[in-house]
Design a protein around this ligand. Structure first.
Ligand code: ZN
Length: 202
């Protein structure tokens, strides 16, 4: 399976990082080795000085698709989840300045937290609230209503480049409020009031 991530999909997050507003979705990939195994803490990698959390709504693809028309995107997923795109922000900034790929900053082992999935029928996908809490303080409070590109548009767009396969995941971008994690933090993800994950930082 593969993990396709969308960058810069929420205007307020683009502002907080002083990034340019894209004219088409920004895409990068994580390998399957990036997935943090269930019930394992996230260990801050020795090479990283500034690991940032980015809570994101996840889509789990349920069948093969290529050149998907946006009006049929909904047929390619049944489940919605929540996860974290852990990012070595210092490294990413350095790579951005040099115009180099982001993988060292975003695709390392453990950088993809994949929480619980829920049937999409449980939600209003146009207006789906989600939060990230660190030690009981809400640090990111997002809503899919603020996405620059909606879920069905993202599926259509990425399928122009990559054949989607059953089990592939799409990370749909993070809202504002990203920040650094510290040892012993507990990160809790909440999707429409339901807990989707709890991760300890080591
Ligand atoms: Zn992200």
């Amino acid at each position: 399976m593969k993990i396709i991530c969308i960058g810069r999909n929420y205007a307020k997050h683009i502002e907080e990082l002083n990034s340019a507003k894209p004219t088409e979705p920004v895409i990068f990939l994580k390998p399957d080795s990036a997935i943090l195994p269930k019930k394992i803490p996230f260990f801050i990698p020795p090479f990283a000085n500034s690991i940032h959390y980015e809570v994101e709504v996840l889509i789990k693809i349920n069948k093969v698709g290529k050149y998907i028309d946006p009006q049929f995107s909904h047929k390619y997923y049944n489940e919605i989840g929540l996860g974290i795109d852990f990012t070595d922000r210092e490294k990413q900034s350095e790579l951005k300045i040099k115009g180099l790929p982001w993988e060292k900053a975003k695709a390392f082992d453990g950088s993809a937290v994949v929480g619980a999935f829920f049937p999409k029928e449980n939600f209003n996908l146009e207006k789906l609230p989600f939060q990230l809490k660190i030690n009981d303080t809400v640090v990111q409070d997002g809503n899919t209503a603020a996405m620059l590109w909606k879920i069905d548009e993202l599926i259509a767009h990425v399928s122009q480049y990559f054949t989607l396969k059953k089990g592939d995941l799409i990370f749909t971008g993070t809202p504002a409020g990203v920040g650094k994690v510290s040892e012993n933090d507990i990160l809790t993800g909440i999707l429409d009031g339901k807990q989707a994950f709890e991760i300890k930082i080591k």
